[in-house]
Structures are given as C-alpha cells and as structure tokens.
Design a binder for this molecule. Structure first.
Ligand code: ZN
Length: 66
C-alpha cells in the first residue's frame, strides 16, 4: 500500500481543505455542520413553489351586443 497519495478536497460549504479518508465520515464536508448547511441549501433550492394557474376574468365581458 502506498500512503503518499493523500487525497484532499475542498469542503463545498466553507472551502476548507478536507483530507479524504475513510475516517472522515462527513467527506467531502469538513464537519457535520457544513454537511447540514449544504443539505439545507439543497432542500431550499429544490422546493419549488408552483404558482396557482391564473384564469382569465370572464364575467362582465358579454356587453358586445349590437
Ligand atoms: Zn466546511
């Protein structure tokens, strides 16, 4: 086994260099806090609120009588 290649990644939340190891269960995040923050942002972005369909106001529009 070679131990010279230490893979490092940037934490997606705070950009801190994180060593990618099996002991780091929060990878690619640096901590549980950053992981929760990222998941929170993701959930917020995905929560698309669809607007209600707008129906034309049909009512007093029948006064075009000759
Ligand atoms: Zn972080």
């Amino acid at each position: 086994m070679k131990s010279g290649n230490v893979r490092q990644v940037h934490c997606p939340t705070c950009q801190t260099m994180v060593v990618w190891t099996h002991s780091n269960k929060y990878r690619p995040f640096c901590s549980a806090r950053c992981k929760l923050i990222d998941l929170g942002d993701w959930a917020t972005e995905k929560r698309i609120i669809a607007g209600e369909p707008v129906y034309p106001d049909v009512g007093e529009d029948s006064k075009n009588v000759l």
